[in-house]
Design a binder for this molecule. Structure first.
Ligand SMILES: NC(=O)c1ccc[n+]([C@@H]2O[C@H](COP(=O)([O-])OP(=O)(O)OC[C@H]3O[C@@H](n4cnc5c(N)ncnc54)[C@H](OP(=O)(O)O)[C@@H]3O)[C@@H](O)[C@H]2O)c1
Length: 303
């Protein structure tokens, strides 16, 4: 590629978008001018991005997608992340961002969605989890709009399982472990480190025309473990007990945040993610297992 391709990255100050930018910038050479989207240019995270080579920070909100893409002359790529607090709104915003991206001439979209029970099921089943359904519908909309686009837009869907970063050193992190344990101490859950999602997203942009990434969806997981196994690994690595809170707090969170968390944790128990961890590790040897993530990425990582 002779000239730099312009890449619009949503969620640039967040976990997945940030990981994509880090992955691209870690390459010896990469062909992109990165347009990192934030709602607030003056935030610390946005300022940190602004200091990086080939990164331009742009301000905008998913509420007004056209205003975002107007700031970028002939964008080539778009990394799409959506916000799931309200699934209906997520779907509307996700679809509106796709529309604006394709109207602006974007040639390749990488949309990070969620795993829905294995690659085959994820292609056809939206599940009963509101913010999985919204992502399924955004995927279908991208397929339709890309097929109708004048420029022949292509896409890659990344479908990550639960983030290892859910295990944070705060109330939410403790609550996550408590909610997880309620499904059974030996019931396994697939997990992924968000840094690895960024690495695969970078590969998808760098190799967008290949058979592997062109109009393909990839389930992503780095490990599959139970709460008991997680607690043991955590203790071995940090010498501390895994942070968690009482079961009744977990039950309360699942009840109070039923639409967002309760239905999802019930789905983990009744269906569950279905990524092929072994095959993924062979394809992407950098995928972290939980032990590596605790030791090298988590808030408890060794100094
Ligand atoms: N947690 C999990 O286990 C898990 C698993 C699979 C999928 N997911 C999905 O991952 C997605 C979240 O991704 P993430 O964790 O990487 O994000 P994140 O770390 O929570 O960061 C959110 C990002 O979105 C930006 N943002 C938020 N609202 C915006 C708006 N209205 N307009 C423009 N930008 C906005 C923020 O930018 P500024 O604050 O700078 O504006 C920030 O960069 C969700 O859809 C979630 O369902 C999560």
């Amino acid at each position: 590629m002779a000239t730099a391709q312009r890449l619009v990255v949503a969620g640039a100050t967040g976990k997945q978008g940030g990981a994509l930018i880090s992955a691209l910038l870690s390459k010896q050479s990469q062909p992109f001018e990165i347009y990192a989207l934030t709602r607030k240019k003056t935030s610390r995270a946005a300022q940190a991005l602004a200091g990086k080579p080939n990164v331009h920070v742009i301000e905008g909100d998913f509420k007004d997608p056209d205003a975002i893409f107007k700031q970028v002359d002939r964008p080539w790529g778009f990394f799409s992340v959506t916000m799931p607090i309200n699934a209906k709104k997520e779907e509307q915003e996700g679809k509106a961002m796709t529309k604006a991206a394709i109207q602006a001439g974007v040639k390749h979209i990488v949309f990070t969605a969620t795993e829905r029970g294995g690659p085959t099921k994820s292609d056809t089943e939206s599940t009963n989890v509101p913010h999985f359904i919204s992502k399924y519908n955004i995927e279908q909309d991208i397929i339709d709009k890309a097929a109708q686009s004048e420029q022949g837009t292509t896409w890659t869907f990344l479908r990550p399982v639960a983030f290892m970063e859910n295990l944070s050193n705060d109330f939410l992190g403790r609550g996550f472990v408590a909610m997880w344990r309620l499904n059974g101490s030996d019931r396994k859950l697939q997990l992924i480190g968000t840094k690895d999602i960024g690495k695969v997203a970078a590969e998808a942009f760098l190799n967008s025309e290949t058979e592997e990434y062109r109009n393909k969806a990839i389930s992503l997981a780095g490990d599959e473990i139970s709460p008991n196994e997680a607690a043991q690994i955590f203790k071995e690595v940090t010498g501390e007990d895994i942070p968690w809170t009482y079961g009744f707090v977990g039950s309360m969170l699942r009840f109070v945040l039923y639409q967002h968390l309760g239905i999802m944790f019930n789905w983990f128990a009744s269906h569950g993610f279905g990524a092929d961890v072994k095959a993924l590790r062979q394809r992407y040897p950098f995928l972290q297992d939980f032990r590596t993530w605790v030791a090298e990425e988590s808030a408890w990582k060794k100094a």
